[in-house]
Design a protein around this ligand. Structure first.
Ligand code: PLP
Length: 364
């Protein structure tokens, strides 16, 4: 039997997965990869070496299972978050995507609903689908904000077990006012997840939902080391919540889900948080400069509290995407129809992006 005789259609795939597409940001080899919101600055050679030593030490004990509860790592993450949290209120997994999946496994599932405000992170509905949770999208306003009235009625009608609030939002860059988060937390019957993957990039004065945790026991704030920490390859995400939420996640997590290698890498990286986060300031300045430049050249650019900018508007965004790619600049075709998203890279990468964009659109 050769490959072409057998396909997905011949497998006993779940009905709700038929015809669906997997997450798939292109991984292409280009001069400027500005499509997955990675941090363009790698760890220094010294830090890479230190991580290597920690991994070598972990390797000597790989005959044993790792610390199932990742106690040291969680204590270090709690200290990093610095909101009076302790390790019982922090949980970690292989990327915040796994944390989000565990949340849906524990609080979503068949017969339950998860709600999000779109456009937003494409993985939220994909993870809902994978866990058999019905996805309820609610549109954002034209300014990519959440209309509290609309949230109110959608929550009243659907009674979602899980509500996702992404702040700063991907792909728009929009941060939510604390009042919006508080209001949703007040009316939602289940858990409210504030996905703060880009928290470290927010502008001065933009608050974090971490400050709401003591007064809102069903609130969950998720974070990641993939973006600001420049550690996307290590796969480490985490959350802060009431310790009862962390207890709930123990019921669905795989035993020993965080390898000894991952824990060693993350602990070492956290000990050098200052260095790894050193580029955040530069990236924020580069982002603000990019927004100004785009607007100055007649493009629309959404306000951003993240390490990317949503820009437009293009009657044929696919053509602009393709034109940029032909200049060696890979952006992301995501979000509302006339917009594209570009990750903030190095100054050289941003120069290449600006040149290519002017050339492709015929502007100057
Ligand atoms: C990048 C991103 C994540 C992070 O995913 P990891 O699994 O931690 O790499 C989570 N949420 C949003 C909104 C993101 O953009």
């Amino acid at each position: 039997m050769n490959d072409t005789d057998f396909g997905l259609a011949d497998l006993p795939l779940r009905d709700d997965l038929r015809g669906q597409t997997p997450y798939g940001a292109p991984q292409l080899s280009v001069d400027a990869a500005l499509n997955t919101n990675e941090n363009p600055y790698p760890p220094s050679p010294q830090l890479a070496e230190e991580i290597g030593s920690a991994v070598a030490e972990a390797a000597a004990g790989l005959n044993r299972y790792p610390d199932r509860d990742a106690l040291q790592l969680r204590a270090d993450l709690a200290r990093y978050l610095d909101h009076g949290l302790d390790r019982d209120q922090v949980w970690a997994a292989n990327g915040s995507n796994e944390v989000l999946q565990q949340i849906l496994q524990a609080f979503g599932g068949p017969g339950r609903k998860a709600m999000g405000f779109e456009p937003s992170y494409s993985m939220h509905p994909i993870l809902a689908r994978g866990t058999g949770t019905q996805w309820v999208p609610v549109p954002r306003t034209a300014e990519f904000a959440i209309d509290v009235e609309a949230a109110h009625s959608a929550i009243a009608v659907h009674q979602p077990s899980v509500v996702f609030l992404t702040s700063p939002n991907n792909p728009t860059g929009t941060a939510l006012p604390l009042e919006t988060i508080e209001e949703v937390a007040r009316i939602a019957p289940g858990v409210v997840v504030v996905d703060e993957a880009y928290a470290e990039f927010r502008r001065e004065g933009t608050p974090s939902a971490l400050t709401l945790l003591p007064s809102h026991p069903r609130l969950i704030v998720t974070r990641t080391m993939s973006k600001a920490f420049a550690l996307a390859g290590a796969r480490l995400g985490y959350l802060a919540a009431h310790s009862a939420t962390v207890d709930a996640l123990q019921l669905v997590r795989l035993p020993y889900h965080l390898s000894a290698v991952t824990q060693a890498v993350a602990i070492t990286a956290l000990a050098h948080a200052d260095e790894l986060l050193g580029a955040v300031k530069r990236l924020r300045a580069e982002r603000d400069g990019l927004v100004d430049w785009l607007r100055g050249h007649g493009f629309a650019a959404a306000d951003s509290d993240a390490n990317f900018v949503l820009f437009g508007r293009f009657d044929d965004r696919a053509a602009v995407f393709q034109g940029l790619l032909e200049h060696g600049v890979l952006v992301r075709e995501v979000g509302p129809p006339q917009w594209l998203r570009v990750t903030v890279g190095t100054p050289e990468e941003m120069t290449a992006f600006r040149r290519a964009l002017l050339d492709v659109t015929g502007r100057s």
